[in-house]
Write a protein that binds this ligand. Structure first.
Ligand SMILES: [Cu+2]
Length: 572
């Protein structure tokens, strides 16, 4: 078997410049191939937004190489930690890890962090076509730049339920400046402009016009299109904090995929995208081919630091009929107002399951309902996030190992609360802001159907309620509905969408609202369910689901070489 580096130098660029699919194939028989990758994780000095930063990269690349595989393939990724002092892991976001819960890449949950100098083999099957990505899941390594794209194609001969002539892949992220936490850049495929604007000539901004020649690390990757052709644009967001909106001047976007699931197509001028989500949109190059157009990504759901100056990332949609250096004739699309949540909800509610694809509807009932109140709290004077008043602190021994070796003292054996006090007023600051820390787990039986109601609430200051995109590992869930205020069991469950509920792996909760999800505990493992805003997770905004743990088999000892499982689990 040939060992192959994750990508060539031009991998991502090539996809964009040619508008074509680049398969990183290794020559094996068709279907069920094993694709080998060698990933070296290290710090590097780069200029992703034209300023020098220390970023995390893989094999010398930032973002990491794009993995492209086919349904049924097995990925075998030998990940070597080349950092000098910290551990690392990589989570394969959106891949359900059916039968391989130890390969989910969550430190202290599915495995031990990989120590400096060590190599860990992630080996798992990709079983569903779609737009995914991977990222660090230890500390704040995602914010530091540890991420890349993972795209799974349908098996040969199978067709998507929509047509396109070419495709682009846009991985969106945010980059924070160590000198000041107030300063941030948005990146498209790891590229942004911090100290200048590509559109300075067209908008009122204090930034100068960018003077880029095109070869710079921070020069935007341009989307080159042919008139009349239709393109699939894959868009995923691995931001550490920002909620985003993407628009392309003069062009409509038809949403066809969300988190690796086909949705009923709908057409919009722009899309909202929260951290942890991915979409495919179709764009037809049907506008005046003697012009170029802006592609703009701006921040939503957070007040701009400078009033009326929404942080944006820009690139161009270039009709190949003219030079890419021709400026668009008009300013970039304006990002919708940051606090227009009615608009955000209207977009999110348009997403329903594709009617013609064989996606299963949710089971008509659930066995159990867990209501999770999201609050900002104080623990020993520090601001934290808590779920039903418990702020998650991960144990030193990974849960998977604790279950495998039946260890009783490695985490809180008392399960966390399944509801919150009925008198809690979600519209006002907590009467008592103190929370406790904990690391107990919600335990599910095999095939138990579970409803989760995510209940949003006030912030500590009482001056608002933030958006939180919740991401579930090991599963897709059905989104049964969104509502305002406090969830009212009898009344609200009657409005659940049980016919066209979309399958997702990430769902947002809106300010002062609730979101209802349903999933089937059919994947033995220990799975994180958490807010995908990295600092929120870091401050305790997550819970742990343990599912049919007695059925978990074949955990490689390499995954458990730490904490109290180190002796039992040490291989060799
Ligand atoms: Cu959050």
């Amino acid at each position: 078997m040939r060992i192959m580096r994750g990508s060539s130098n031009s991998g991502v660029l090539f996809v964009l410049w040619m508008g074509l699919v680049v398969m990183m194939t290794i020559g094996e028989t068709e279907g069920g191939r094993v694709r080998h990758y060698k990933f070296d994780v290290e710090y590097m000095i780069r200029k992703p937004d034209c300023l020098e930063h220390v970023v995390m990269g893989i094999n010398g690349k930032f973002p990491g190489p794009t993995i492209r595989a086919q349904v049924g393939d097995t990925l075998d990724i030998a990940l070597t930690n080349k950092l000098s002092t910290e551990g690392t892991v990589i989570h394969w976001h959106g891949i359900r890890q059916i039968g391989t819960p130890w390969a989910d890449g969550t430190a202290a949950i599915s495995q031990c962090a990989i120590n400096p100098g060590e190599t860990f083999h992630y080996r798992f099957k990709v079983d569903k076509a779609g737009t995914y990505f991977y990222h660090g899941h230890y500390g704040m390594q995602r914010a530091a730049g540890l991420y890349g794209s993972l795209i799974v194609d349908l098996p040969k001969g199978q067709k998507e339920p929509f047509h396109y002539d070419g495709e682009f892949n846009l991985l969106l992220s945010d980059l924070w400046h160590t000198s000041s936490h107030e300063q941030e850049s948005l990146l498209i495929n790891g590229r942004g402009q911090f100290n200048c604007s590509l559109a300075a000539k067209f908008i009122s901004t204090s930034l100068p016009q960018c003077q880029l020649k095109g070869g710079e690390e921070c020069a935007p990757q341009i989307l080159h299109v042919e008139p009349k052709k239709t393109y699939r644009i894959r868009i995923s967001s691995t931001t550490s904090l920002a909620s985003l909106n993407l628009a392309i001047s003069n062009h409509k976007l038809t949403v066809v995929e969300a988190d690796g699931n086909y949705v009923e197509p709908f057409t919009v001028d722009d899309i909202d995208i929260y951290s942890g989500e991915s979409y495919s949109v179709l764009l037809t190059a049907d506008q005046d081919p003697t012009k170029n157009y802006w592609l703009s990504v701006g921040v939503r759901a957070r007040k701009p630091a400078i009033p009326d100056q929404v942080l944006t990332a820009l690139t161009l949609l270039n009709y190949k009929t003219i030079s890419a250096s021709v400026f668009p004739a008009s300013p970039p699309p304006v990002t919708p107002r940051w606090d227009d949540f009615d608009r955000s909800k209207a977009f999110t509610k348009k997403i329903i399951a594709n009617i013609r694809s064989p996606q299963p509807p949710p089971p008509p009932y659930s066995h159990r309902r867990i209501v999770l109140l999201n609050t900002q709290n104080r623990v020993e004077g520090f601001t934290k996030w808590a779920i039903n008043n418990v702020s998650l602190t991960l144990p030193t021994t990974p849960y998977l190992g604790s279950f495998k070796f039946k260890l009783n003292n490695t985490f809180d054996r008392k399960p966390p609360p399944e509801n919150f006090r009925s008198e809690y007023d979600i519209f006002n600051p907590p009467v008592n802001a103190n929370a406790t820390t904990g690391n107990g787990v919600y335990v599910f039986q095999l095939n138990e159907v579970v409803d989760v109601i995510l209940q949003n609430a006030n912030q500590l200051t009482g001056k608002g309620s933030e958006i939180h995109p919740w991401h579930l590992h090991g599963h897709d869930f059905w989104v049964l509905g969104y509502g305002e205020g406090k969830f009212k069991a009898g009344e609200d469950e009657k409005k659940f969408n049980l016919t066209h509920a979309p399958l997702r792996n990430t769902a947002v909760i809106f300010p002062y609202g609730w979101t209802a999800l349903r999933f089937k505990a059919d994947n033995p493992g220990v799975w994180a369910f958490h807010c995908h805003i990295e600092p929120h997770l870091h401050m305790g905004m997550g819970v742990i689901f343990a599912e049919a743990v007695h059925k978990i088999k074949n955990i490689p000892s390499q995954a458990l070489a730490c904490g109290l499982t180190a002796n039992n689990g040490r291989h060799n």
